[in-house]
Design a protein around this ligand. Structure first.
Ligand code: MSP
Length: 521
């Protein structure tokens, strides 16, 4: 099983472009892996507990439960609009999740992994955690990223993180695949050095926070929101679940190492340290440890961080209304290198859509489908003698599929799309050289004309398959026009020259990627 998850989004506000990117990236990978022949389970969801939710709900005069129900609806509606097709929905207020968190707390306590102690220190309200001296900046202050910092003393439950950090260090050093891309490994190892000997506070007293999962053995406390949220990856995969829970079979889901897709801001300490140590404490072996696919950030044009305070957040919902779901999905995975940051640029969104989809792919479809309809009654024929141009086109397609697969296997969607684009450009140049419209003028050229049109149509059929993980709806329309009903069952390994048989009848062409027209002042 290829088990793929995303971070679960805070439901303290509305989804923004960063959330949308991560979910579309995961959706593309899930669809690609299915095309590759894997059985896939894609889990995403929402992180609904914590102080921020409690505070915002209070301000708005509604209960936290009503508040998160409303904000969760914005996320589910957006995923539907963007075609994000998940198999499991992880909402942390789900009773099945709460039961799993409680059962993990109880077994960790029974194993001596939890203890209670009093601690006085600086507490960041925004980050909902106690701060250490290592969190101070060079001037010795707690920087603005921590928000309001207050001094408090309280008794809490702690998880013996420090029992696991030596193991974690050698595991990260020795496992080549745990962090993708690997350049993030050194950041994690540095952070681990700083973290050694520190345990993790995993409770919050009810006087301060009620909106969380109550401790099973100490009802005055709720669970720290990160400890609660991280467990979603196993609770919704069926870990410790009742047989009639409706959740999947955990052993089946976790049979291979899962991939957790997360942003770079939540690698350290949450996923890279807390989560791996939590799993280790629960008895997960090295071979069962998840792999972390760490993506970069979408920033504003000019590299600025998108933030509520500067008002430069891009709303993916409005964007999809303005430019179409296809344009948004395409841009979000096309104009960023997985792992690196990118600047969100509307002009590039329009340019990439118009150049690569409306012009190049649109032109190829138009030529292949329209000319076949007009010149050969929509019937494709092959079998005529091949020229060097034809074999070069076939070689270009083989190369393109090869490069696409290499890139997509490494989660490099942008490179995969570039590989596809190269073949489409090749096809259009071939069409310009072969000039089927000229060939059609002389009946003696009829066989040559059929061969040229076949090469174009066959390329469109392949393009519909390769594009399907990224733009499933457009790919389905393309496949319908080229009359390739097997799109839904075809696997990457089935691709070969000759998908469309001799005598194949194609459908009437309809434009799929209308050019985006923007009004420039
Ligand atoms: N709730 C936690 C995650 C818990 S996972 C057990 C959280 N939520 S979040 O809503 O703040 O972020 C959700 C995901 O969106 C994270 O992976 C985060 O890195 C990602 N992004 C948030 N802003 C982003 C950009 N501007 N660009 C790309 N991804 C960004 O963290």
């Amino acid at each position: 099983m290829f088990f793929l998850t995303t971070a679960i989004d805070y439901t303290n506000g509305s989804p923004h472009i960063g959330h949308a990117y991560e979910k579309v990236l995961a959706d593309v990978i899930a669809r690609y892996r299915r095309l590759r022949g894997d059985e896939v389970y894609f889990l995403t969801g929402v992180d609904q507990h914590g102080q921020k939710v409690q505070q915002t709900a209070e301000k708005e005069g509604v209960s936290p439960a009503d508040f998160v129900a409303r904000t969760t609806g914005k996320f589910t509606a957006l995923w539907e609009k963007l075609g994000v097709n998940y198999d499991g929905w992880a909402a942390t207020t789900d009773e099945r999740h709460k039961a799993c968190v409680r059962s993990i707390l109880t077994s960790l306590k029974n194993q001596g992994q939890l203890y209670k102690k009093s601690h006085s220190g600086h507490y960041s309200v925004r980050q909902e955690q106690f701060l250490q001296d290592r969190d101070r900046d060079e001037a010795g202050n707690f920087g603005p990223e921590w928000g309001e910092v207050v001094e408090i003393e309280e008794e809490n439950w702690y998880f013996k993180l420090s029992d696991h950090t030596d193991w974690l260090k050698s595991f990260i050093e020795s496992d080549p695949a745990v962090i993708i891309p690997s350049f993030r490994k050194s950041e994690l190892l540095n952070a681990l050095e700083k973290n050694s000997g520190i345990d993790l506070c995993i409770s919050r007293p009810k006087e301060r926070l009620q909106w969380g999962i109550e401790f099973p053995f100490d009802p005055n406390y709720v669970t720290y929101v990160w400890f609660d949220a991280l467990i979603n990856y196993i609770s919704f995969a069926g870990y410790h679940a009742a047989a009639d829970s409706g959740l999947p079979d955990f052993d089946e889901i976790w049979s291979n190492r899962p991939i957790h897709i997360i942003g770079k801001d939540i690698l350290i300490p949450a996923h890279g340290i807390y989560w791996l140590c939590m799993l280790h404490a629960m008895g997960f072996s090295d071979a069962q440890m998840p792999r972390l696919l760490v993506h970069g950030f979408w920033n504003s044009r000019g590299g600025d961080k998108m933030s509520k305070s500067t008002g430069n957040i891009v709303d993916p919902d409005l964007l999809a209304d303005q430019f179409s779901t296809e344009a948004v999905r395409y841009y979000l995975v096309r104009d960023i290198v997985t792992g690196k940051d990118s600047d969100f640029d509307m002009d590039r969104l329009v340019m990439l859509f118009n150049t690569e989809l409306a012009n190049e792919l649109g032109n190829l479809c138009n030529r292949a489908l329209n000319m076949s309809q007009r010149f050969t009654g929509g019937i494709l024929h092959h079998g005529g003698p091949l020229t060097e141009d034809d074999t070069a086109l076939q070689a270009s397609l083989t190369q393109s599929i090869h490069d696409y697969q290499l890139a997509m296997d490494e989660f490099e969607i942008s490179k995969g799309l570039e590989a596809l684009s190269r073949h489409i450009v090749h096809c259009n140049q071939y069409a310009e050289r072969m000039k089927p419209w000229e060939l059609n003028k002389n009946p003696e050229n009829h066989q040559r004309l059929a061969t040229v049109l076949y090469h174009l149509a066959e390329s469109v059929a392949h393009a519909s398959v390769l594009l399907s993980p990224i733009l499933p709806d457009a790919a389905a329309k393309l496949a319908a026009q080229i009359n390739l009903p097997s799109l839904t069952t075809l696997k990457l390994a089935d691709l070969h020259w000759g998908l469309l048989p001799d005598g194949h009848l194609i459908e009437k062409p309809l434009p799929i990627f209308p050019r985006i027209i923007t009004e420039k002042p």
